[in-house]
Each structure stands twice: as structure tokens, then as C-alpha cells.
Design a protein around this ligand. Structure first.
Ligand SMILES: C[S@@+](CC[C@H](N)C(=O)[O-])C[C@H]1O[C@@H](n2cnc3c(N)ncnc32)[C@H](O)[C@@H]1O
Length: 162
């Protein structure tokens, strides 16, 4: 879906930001789907191992649109001339007080008709629905090779910020 949105909304001569890029999945999808001239993708993550692997993934494919991967805190980077910004399950890692500031910064950087794609986890008042989604999400992670330790570490990281 991120790729499909990129196809429709990325503008020529503009920047695309993938904030909290992890292994670069969103950047890869964007790059595969755009053919606008003179664009560049800036992927950012503050975990060096993620940056290293994202670079390897991106280098493995040829593409017309240049993509750079930067190791930095997304709160610290300068952003401008953006036609697309992606926050794919990243905003949740920021301290709740820092989230609005981040969204304001993105708004200022976006060109008219540019888009912010934001994906977040939800919690529901209904505990049955909450438990169902929680358990299905963890089953999905197990099915995709995450260990119990990785799943519990991620959960702890998120609980520490929300
Ligand atoms: C759930 S992953 C994001 C998945 C990724 N966007 C994708 O589409 O595959 C969250 C990522 O955000 C990064 N992250 C968390 N806080 C960050 C921050 N303040 N600045 C930069 N990256 C951050 C983490 O290192 C992690 O790789």
C-alpha cells in the first residue's frame, strides 16, 4: 500500500522521507513504484545495525531513484521539500510528548498535496478485541521468524514509551 500511495502522490523534484526505516522495506517499496524525475529517498533510523542492513538491502537492487540511509534520531534531522513522508510504526517509539512536535515538523516540510503515511498500533477499550489483536499480532511475528525473546523485548520497548 505504501508503494501504491507513492505511485500516486510522489511529486517530481521532491524528497521522500522514510522515518524509522528499519531494514528499508518501505523505501524499497516506494522506489519500485515511482518514476517521477529528480526525486530522492532519505531513510532514517537511529539503530546502526538497522542502517547497515537497510543499506545492504537497497544496494542489492538497481533503481533510478537515489536512496540514502542515515543513522540519526528523526527528531534531529532537517526536512524540506517533501512530497511523501512515511512513519510506518515509528511514531510509537517517541515519547508521547515529542510526537506532536514531530508531526508539526513533518507538516512544515510537506509540499502542497504531499502526504504523510502513518501506521500505528491501537489499543481498544474492549479487552476481548484487544487480546485478540494482540495475540494475532504475536502469532504473525512468530510465523515470520521472530523469537519469543525478540517479541518480548519489542513489547517492553513500546511499554516504556506509552
Ligand atoms: C517497527 S520499526 C519500523 C518498521 C519500518 N518503518 C518498516 O516499514 O519496516 C521502528 C524503527 O524505528 C526506529 N526508531 C525508533 N525511534 C527512533 C528515532 N527516535 N529516530 C530514528 N529511528 C527510530 C527503530 O530503530 C526501528 O528500526
Amino acid at each position: 500500500m505504501i508503494g501504491m500511495l507513492a505511485k500516486r502522490f510522489v511529486q517530481p523534484n521532491s524528497n521522500i522521507y522514510d522515518l524509522g526505516c528499519s531494514l528499508g522495506a518501505a523505501t524499497l517499496s516506494i522506489r519500485r513504484n515511482i518514476d517521477q524525475p529528480n526525486c530522492q529517498i532519505i531513510a532514517v533510523d537511529n539503530a546502526m545495525p538497522m542502517v547497515t542492513r537497510a543499506k545492504q538491502h537497497l544496494d542489492a537492487y538497481k533503481a533510478a531513484t537515489p536512496a540514502s540511509v542515515i543513522c540519526a534520531d528523526i527528531a534531529d534531522i532537517a526536512m524540506e521539500n517533501a512530497s511523501m513522508v512515511v512513519l510506518n510504526f515509528t511514531l510509537q517509539f517517541l515519547n508521547p510528548k515529542a510526537r506532536q512536535q514531530m508531526l508539526d515538523k513533518i507538516f512544515q516540510a510537506l509540499n502542497p498535496n504531499g502526504i504523510l503515511v502513518i501506521s500505528e498500533k491501537f489499543s481498544f477499550d474492549d479487552s476481548k478485541i484487544n487480546d485478540l489483536l494482540f495475540n494475532m499480532h504475536h502469532d504473525f511475528k512468530r510465523a515470520n521468524g521472530y523469537s519469543e525473546l525478540e517479541i518480548s523485548q519489542k513489547r517492553t520497548m513500546l511499554e516504556n514509551v506509552s
